[in-house]
Structures are given as C-alpha cells and as structure tokens.
Design a protein around this ligand. Structure first.
Ligand code: GLN
Length: 540
C-alpha cells in the first residue's frame, strides 16, 4: 500500500509548490523508494489543453498524450521518470466522470452529492495512480491555496483519506513568509492564517515548508511552531535559491526526508544523492556564458514578463548548457518587435543561438519568419520547435524555393502554397467544434535518416518524441523543398509525416515537429539540445 503525501499551498500561489513536491519526491527516491506524483488543478477545464499559456503557464504533455499543468514537467525532471495520464486531474474531469456515472445509473438511485461523491472519485483516482506506479509514496499537489472555495473538495478528499488510513496520509503546507521592506522583518502571521484555514477544513499540517527570500531563523521557527501547532523540526526553511535543482539538497539540510519517514513510522534509510549533488556542483561550476535568444510571444502580462509559458524549453536549454559546462544566458525576444522594426533583427548577431519555440495563431508570425531567415542567412545556430519547424518551412519555401506567399493554413487557409496544412482528421475535429484534446498528442515514433545531424545527435535510428499540434508539413511540397536543399531527417513511419527538418551548409539549423523539450532531464539532457548548444558554443 502506498503512503500519500498531500502538498497544499498557503498565502499565495507561485511560491514553488510544484518544485517542492518534485523535490520531496527526489529525496524519497534517493532512499530507494518508488515515488509518483499527482497534480490536481481546481479548474472546470477538463484538461489544460484549452488554457492560455500566459495565464496558466506552459501546457505540458505526457507520453500518453494528456495536456496538463507545467508542474507535471517538474515531477518528470526531478524524478527522472515519466508521469502517466492518471496523475493529472481537474475539477472538470472529476465532475465529468461523476455526472457520466450518474447518467449510467451507477449510483443505484442514490442522490449524488458534492460531498462525498466528488472526493470519493478523487480518492479512487489517487489509488489508481498509486497502484499503476506501484508507488511506495504518492505525492499529491493540490493547486491554488488553502482557503480558496474551489479547492475545498480536494482538501476534503485528503481529510477523508486521513480519517480512513491515519497511518498512511500526511499533509505538507508550503507557505510564504513575507519580509516587507518597511518593516524589515519576516512575518509569520499570513502563515498562521493559512494553517487556521486548513484547520477549518479538518486538517492539521504535519510539515510546513517556509518559503521566503531569506532562510528562516530560530525565533521565527519557534513562533510558527507554537502558533501553528507543529514541532519546530517540522518547520523547514526554504529560502529563494539560484537554481531550483538545489532545493532537494537544501531540504535535506533540515532533515526533511528523515522527518517524513518518521511520520509514517518508517525506519531510517540512507540516501544516495551523489548524482544530484554532482548536478548542483556542475551548475555552480559553469561560469562561461552561452547566450541564447528565445523568440516568442507568450511573455507579457501587463508590466511583467513571464517565462513560465516556455518553462520546459528553458529548462532543456539549461540542462544542455550545464552539460557543456556553460552558464545559460537566456534572453526573451519579442517576435512582434521584428515586424514593427525589422532593423532590430541585427541584434540577433549577438546571440550564440536562436530558438523559435511552439506557438499558435497569427500574432508575431511574420516576426518569427524574419528571425528564421536571419538565422539561416547569417549561420546562427537555430532550433525550431513545432511552430518553429513549421515557420522554418514557410520561410524556406518563400525565400529559397520561390513559392511566393507560401504559408501555413493555420494563418492563410487559402494559401496557394500551403506548405503546412492540416491532417483530414484534424479538419473534421475543427469543423465539429471538437477542440479540447483534439490535437496530435503524446509520443509517436520517428525514424532518423543516417548521415544527418539529427541521427548523429541521437546516435540511433528509431526515436520517440512527444507531440502537440494540428498542422503538419504538407507532403505535396516535399519534393520542391528537397530540391531547394531542405533535408527531412526524421519521418514518422506509420503515417509518413515529416518530423525533423535540417539544412546543409549551416552550423546547426534543425526544426522538429515534436517537442523535444518535454523529455529533457537535468540528469539526462536531451540530445538535440546538447547538439544545439554544442554548435552555439563554437560561435564564440
Ligand atoms: N500551431 C501549430 C499547430 O497547431 C504549432 C503548435 C505548437 O507549436 N505546439 O500545428
């Protein structure tokens, strides 16, 4: 039977609950336990596929094709293991299942009620996830913060589980302790309120992870202990830190692993974190920069710049840079600014490499195409991901193969040269307004052509990568593009779909229809990102 650890948030969101969950997972895994992690999103959306990345952050995709919250990406990166579809749920998904079961008379004529039927469905799914992973520990991160009306049913699920299996369930509260400038002191009161809020849901936290800009000092630890009804040893200091990958090591300084095992009455087990400690050392050691420009559009919200929309791309670039003993310097470049002021494009010369990541819709597209043209002509290492590949094909068709106004039908549905077009089944989805979960999603195989850069990077012929898109390179134009010099180095054998493009006579110009960033891990950087950074380094 699995042990369950619920991780809830206090005071505010965005303080690193996902990374905390992932780090607890790493700590337990390093003691030889089998660990899995579940994310609960308190939204009516049935999955994350329909959410706007600016509002919600990146949409992560699992091997088995579920569009989920970016935190699942953190679990995969920290645990270095794939997380299956059972490990993501939303309010919408739970209600959808319960309502479907009610319509099928599966409740035998009973009144179906929010409590207990919704939490019961949640518990069922948690047990299913634990069983599938044969997990010793199942971590459950509840999105949002305690006290929010919308995550009450999930706290209720936790409370019910604890009641039924008191020895198998604990609660961790990840809370925030502000240090207001005008006061100059760390304040514990908001955390006290968060604990009260949990208490009113019938739950007492077993561990409090105290997030703040600085480490927790003795007096504050004591205060939280007394006011929040928790032993001082169970209050874990979690200051801001340069690299998130150091967090498991930091937690261990406060003996978090030992405390958790003790709570479950488990015997002490030695940890082996040598690989993780080495990673942290490598990150610190990398001093010489490699400067990469990311040309996208999902950055701005009001006056703030958010990098969350591209989190897996960012992490993949970091993993590969550290692998080559370089310090990643990642700069956001707004595609739209190159449309308004093409003269700005020359700034791309200052970069060792350019990434055009995934995207949807028309905004910024011409700017991305201009970027790609600049990178191609000026031999700047280029990596195009999904939309990045599609727009590289558009650019090449227009500017090398003489196909005037070539385009993707996503933007120009009647384009004469529709070099990127939709598969028939996707067209049917759109016509019937079936948009949620209707893309080409999850892992598909890809066969690499010997002698290409991609083949060299992977060092093998058959690979599998994750997808999330509706449009594809149009095979009708394959010959023309090939004649112009484009190489199709990766093909999906089942459907004869183009998966990777590259160019000769260029240090590194590669585009992928899939999202390699989803499979990069800090202990296991992605081969294409490694090759990209390797050629980027050669430019300085
Ligand atoms: N908009 C493109 C498509 O749907 C690319 C999607 C992406 O970059 N993830 O095919």
């Amino acid at each position: 039977m699995s042990k369950f650890i619920f991780i809830c948030g206090g005071v505010m969101s965005g303080i690193g609950k996902g990374v905390t969950t992932a780090s607890i997972g790493r700590i337990l895994k390093s003691r030889g336990y089998r660990v899995t992690a579940v994310k609960i999103d308190p939204y009516i959306n049935v999955d994350a596929g329909t959410m706007n990345p600016i509002e919600h952050g990146e949409i992560f995709v699992t091997e088995d094709g579920v569009e989920c919250d970016q935190d699942v990406g953190n679990y995969e990166r920290f645990l270095d293991q794939n997380i299956p579809k059972e490990n993501y749920m939303t309010t919408g998904l739970i209600y959808q299942t319960v309502i479907e079961r009610e319509r099928n008379m599966e409740y035998g004529g009973k009144c179906v009620e929010t409590i207990p039927h919704i939490p019961e469905e949640v518990i069922k799914r948690l047990d299913r996830a634990a069983k599938k992973a044969k997990a010793d520990f199942t971590l459950i991160e509840i999105g949002g913060t305690v006290g929010e009306y919308q995550n009450a049913v999930f706290l209720e699920a936790g409370r019910m589980m604890r009641l039924m299996r008191p020895k198998d369930v604990i609660f961790v509260l990840v809370s925030y302790l502000p240090v207001p400038k005008m006061i100059g002191e760390m304040k514990t009161k908001p955390t006290q309120y968060a604990v009260r809020s949990m208490n009113s849901a019938g739950i007492q936290p077993d561990v409090i992870v105290a997030r703040s800009v600085i480490p927790l000092d003795g007096p504050r630890k004591k205060k939280i202990s007394i006011f929040c009804n928790i032993a001082p040893e169970d209050v874990i200091s979690a200051p801001d830190i340069k690299s998130i990958y150091e967090i498991p090591i930091n937690f261990e300084k406060d003996k978090l692993g030992y405390r958790i095992l003790a709570k479950f009455g488990l015997k002490y087990r030695r940890k082996n974190m040598a690989d993780w400690e080495q990673l942290a050392k490598n990150i610190k050691k990398a001093k010489k920069p490699v400067k990469i420009g990311i040309v996208g559009k999902y950055f701005g919200t009001g006056d703030f710049t958010l990098a969350d929309s591209y989190i897996s791309v960012i992490e993949a670039l970091k993993h590969a840079s550290w692998f080559h003993n370089r310090k990643p310097e990642l700069i956001w470049l707004n595609a739209e600014s190159y449309e308004k002021t093409p003269g700005l494009l020359t700034e791309l010369k200052n970069f060792n490499g350019i990434v055009v990541p995934g995207g949807f819709g028309a905004r910024g597209v011409e700017g991305k195409i201009k970027t790609i043209e600049y990178a191609r002509k000026n031999k700047i290492p280029f990596l195009g991901l999904c939309y990045g590949l599609q727009l590289a094909v558009v650019e090449f068709a227009r500017n090398v193969c003489g196909m005037k106004n070539a385009h993707t039908t996503e933007i120009s549905p009647r384009a004469k040269y529709a070099v990127i077009d939709m598969l028939p089944e996707q067209l049917a989805n759109i016509k019937e307004k079936r948009l949620g979960g209707s893309m080409r999603l999850g892992a598909y195989t890809c066969e690499l052509a010997p002698g290409t850069k991609s083949f060299k990077a992977y060092g093998t012929k058959l690979i599998s990568e994750r997808h999330r898109h509706r449009y594809e390179v149009n095979n009708d134009f394959r010959e023309k593009l090939e004649k112009g010099g484009m190489i199709f180095s990766g093909i999906n054998p089942e459907r004869n779909l183009i998966e990777i493009i590259e160019l000769k006579n260029h240090p590194f110009f590669v585009g992928t229809q899939f999202h390699p960033e989803f499979k990069s891990r800090p202990l296991n950087p992605h081969p294409l990102f490694k090759e990209f950074i390797k050629s980027a380094i050669k430019t300085n």
